[in-house]
Design a protein around this ligand. Structure first.
Ligand code: TYM
Length: 326
């Protein structure tokens, strides 16, 4: 059994990119692995958050975890800030990381926009993520491929500490799916689908109603060629829609291309609406039942206790290696 760890930020608008790139893998992996899934609220405050909305968003992600099929009997589900070991290990790792390597992180460059007043937490964000992963002796990290650089720095840090202090950390591997590893924005298929994009039709959120989903898909950007074939360089819009269709239907891209040979974009999009709505509506139904239940809170409290117990063991080992404490 391998140890699996991953997390999602509670920043609202959990979308089909998060689902197809990450959450679907979480569910698949819990069958034969020892899985820990976190709601990374400490990461979310690297940018300003309204406290009341943040609290709601934490419970939304937790309810979505369960609604997509995570089973608290098989997986540990918890909120990051309820386990102090994350912040503690992050500090230790910060003392072993370099400002140069953090300055090269594309996500920092994008989010800080080169501003001198960008929060320090935004700069050290990848270190906290490394701490999340290394704290649980993680073997496998299922994520979308926008997280590749963060996984790389986690591996570098683990190896660096192991070389300096002797074997301390497990060096984890990222797990990136082919289909769904990078779902692109519906209005600009050259950038990734994101929770924070201004245009709500650039994404399909897991909590969108059927009408909104239809609107977003029908107005998605394609091209003037009129043929349904995969070519991510010349036809990024159609290729993205094919990826989404494939991930939700389980059909291969070649099979879908064949099915729609000679058809126009309108027909293809109409069917994609049906496939997408068909996949999302059952998740929403479960979400609404779980979201208001006391059980959700109990699951998160129990998850935090279990995560704490594991993390304390790792921290004790790390502190010993570093000569910290008595
Ligand atoms: P976050 O909250 O931005 O996204 C959660 C997961 O969704 C994936 N994802 C996508 N996959 C495909 N297409 C997209 N357009 C798309 N957008 C997002 C992300 O890759 C991610 O897997 N830094 C992480 C959270 C994190 C974490 C961790 C993850 C903190 N600590 C430890 C793994 C392990 C993030 O911001 O994810």
């Amino acid at each position: 059994m391998k140890r699996v760890f991953s997390g999602v930020q509670p920043t609202g608008n959990i979308h089909i990119g998060n689902y197809l790139g990450a959450l679907m893998q979480f569910v698949e992996l819990q069958q034969d692995n020892d899985c820990i899934y976190c709601i990374v609220d400490l990461h979310s405050i690297t940018l300003p958050q309204d406290p009341k909305i943040l609290k709601d968003n934490i419970l939304d992600v937790a309810a979505l975890y369960l609604a997509v099929g995570l089973d608290p009997k098989k997986s540990v589900i918890f909120v990051q800030s309820m386990v102090p070991g994350h912040a503690e290990l992050a500090w230790i790792l910060m003392c072993n990381s370099y400002t140069g390597e953090l300055s090269r992180m594309t996500q920092f460059k994008q989010k800080s926009k080169d501003s001198e007043s960008a929060p320090t937490g935004l700069f050290t964000y990848p270190i906290l993520m490394a701490a999340d992963i290394l704290l649980y002796d993680t073997d496998v990290v299922p994520v979308g491929n926008d997280q590749k650089q963060h996984i790389e720095i986690t591996r570098d840090l683990a190896e660096r500490v192991n070389n300096k202090y002797g074997k301390t950390f497990v060096v984890p591997d990222g797990r990136f799916l082919k289909e769904g590893a990078r779902i692109m924005s519906l209005d600009d298929p050259t950038s990734k689908m994101s929770k924070s994009a201004e245009n709500i039709h650039s994404r399909i959120s897991l909590l969108d109603d059927a009408n909104k989903i239809k609107k977003s898909i029908m107005r998605s950007t394609t091209d003037s060629e009129g043929s349904i074939r995969f070519d991510s360089i010349n036809k990024p819009g159609v290729s993205n829609l094919l990826n989404i269709y494939s991930a939700f239907s389980g059909m291969g891209v070649a099979e879908i291309e064949k099915k729609y040979e000679g058809c126009g974009y309108g027909d293809f999009k109409k069917d994609l609406v049906e496939v997408t709505v068909g996949a999302i509506m059952p998740i929403q139904q479960r979400y609404h039942e779980i979201r208001k239940s006391q059980e959700l809170i109990d699951i998160l409290k129990d998850g935090a206790e279990r995560a704490n117990a594991t993390s304390e063991k790792t921290l004790a080992r790390v502190k010993k290696k570093f000569g910290l404490g008595l």
